[in-house]
Design a protein around this ligand. Structure first.
Ligand code: ZN
Ligand code: MN
Length: 445
């Protein structure tokens, strides 16, 4: 028997809808949730012959800002391309996207561990319409709503160097943070504003020979947990499949799978088209996009402070790393916490006691003064003397003989029960520190 050395190769493509006023190439509103079907359309986003697309400047700027926030390079020259394929929700028969000259490339994102993960590209395209399967007059029909057709959609492609499903999840969470902090989208996954597509295959080493399993792309996942589950499932499934069939990756065997979050399995959707099946070519109705250094500098100035910079700030004022990571989830709360810390420092209150109280009590809307006062009160609390505490311990033991028997029988909860009795006797004056030790001392002695 020889051992298999298994290395998952994980990447993930993310699509994010921007919340611009108008759509990507026409003046229709981009906000399409809870709207009457097909009430926000025009010849451009319906793909009628002769209609001409005009790019949305705000969407281009926001995409560049995402790229800059991820430390990417902005292209001096970029362009749009046609990605040709047929689908009922795509009335033109092609999607205007970007092929070989994305707006941004080569970015990165830092995980909590400090590991830096690479981003291949950030490009801009348009969303499709939405299919609705319904029953009309007793017949099963598919209806199309084009309100979403032409909404600006940013695609962020990650380098396939994530080591695990957990890492993929963290990357996605951090990416969402950046987008939300920039204010370009709420990236609400339930609404479909942010859609995840993990790509997975596995490197298998056996007897010094290396094999790669066929690449799988899992489509349209709408939760971080499901993305992680799908990745874990795929790694296992692919190793099993390889052991059974020996089939390895080649140019033609990439597949697209869906994820069933109830059964927790992936299933085949279709064989994946290669890039050349889409017959990409430059969009002839839109001239190339050129950017000057001053334009990019102007966008940089417009950008708000980002999670990574805020985290640095928190660490500088002494906030614990794990607390800082939690606070990044809510920008408003974070700003308030920073304000509180500043005041707390003036009043000589320990930073992490303040932050700890906000996090442990899950305070969102809190009054800074009140938290400071509470922490002060707690830290200045005078506890009962050692001797007094010992008396309560002895009393608790005497009054609860059954608990002592339970303890002697090895029942761990008996000690906790007795400690609770001591706390009750002390009416809040017992220092919980070392109480268990003292209790055990009495019980053993
Ligand atoms: Zn339109
Ligand atoms: Mn795309």
């Amino acid at each position: 028997m020889s051992e298999l050395e298994i290395t998952p190769i994980i990447g993930v493509e993310v699509h994010v809808e921007l919340e611009t006023k108008s759509k990507m190439f026409c003046g229709c509103p981009a906000w399409h949730f809870d709207t009457k079907p097909n009430s926000q359309t025009c010849p451009v986003c319906l793909g009628l012959p002769g209609a001409l697309p005009v790019p949305n400047k705000a969407a281009i700027e926001q995409t560049i800002m995402i790229g800059l926030a991820l430390g990417g390079e902005v292209a001096d020259e970029s362009k749009f391309d046609r990605k040709n394929y047929f689908y009922p929700d795509l009335p033109k028969g092609y999607q205007i996207s970007q092929y070989d000259q994305p707006l941004c490339s080569e970015g990165e994102l830092k995980l909590a561990s400090g590991k830096v993960v690479g981003i291949e590209r950030v490009h801009l395209e348009e969303d499709t319409g939405k299919l609705q399967h319904a029953e009309v007059e007793g017949r099963k029909v598919s209806l199309v709503d084009f309100n979403r057709s032409g909404v600006p959609l940013v695609e962020i492609v990650r380098k396939p160097d994530l080591a695990s499903a957990e890492e993929a999840k963290e990357y996605l969470k951090k990416l969402k943070q950046v987008i939300v902090w920039l204010g370009v989208s709420k990236a609400d996954m339930e609404k479909g504003q942010m859609r995840l597509e993990p790509t997975v295959n596995v490197k298998i080493k056996k007897n010094d020979t290396v094999y790669y399993t066929p690449l799988v792309e899992v489509k349209n996942i709408n939760s971080f947990n499901f993305a992680a589950q799908a990745i874990e499932y795929e790694v296992e499934r692919q190793v099993e499949e390889w052991e059974e069939t020996g089939v390895v990756k080649n140019k033609g065997n990439k597949t697209t799978r869906g994820y069933d979050s109830v059964k927790k399995v992936t299933f085949v959707q279709r064989r994946k088209e290669e890039a050349n099946d889409y017959r990409y070519f430059p969009e002839p109705d839109i001239p190339p996009l050129l950017f000057g250094d001053d334009q990019i500098a102007g966008l940089r100035e417009k950008m708000p402070e980002l999670p990574e910079e805020m985290k640095k700030k928190m660490l500088e004022v002494g906030v614990r790393n794990d607390y800082a990571e939690i606070l990044l989830d809510d920008k408003q709360r974070l700003l308030k916490v920073l304000e509180m810390v500043e005041r707390g420092v003036e009043e000589k209150v320990e930073v992490n006691k303040l932050v700890g109280m906000v996090i442990n009590k899950n305070l969102v809307d809190f009054e800074i003064e009140k938290v400071i006062e509470e922490v002060k009160k707690e830290s200045s609390k005078v506890f009962a003397s050692e001797g007094q505490t010992k008396e309560w311990i002895i009393k608790a033991i005497r009054e609860n003989p059954q608990a002592v028997v339970d303890y002697a029988k090895g029942k761990g909860t008996a000690v906790k029960f007795l400690m609770g009795q001591v706390m009750r006797l002390g009416k809040g004056q017992v220092d919980p520190k070392n109480l268990e030790e003292k209790m055990l001392e009495q019980l053993r002695g």
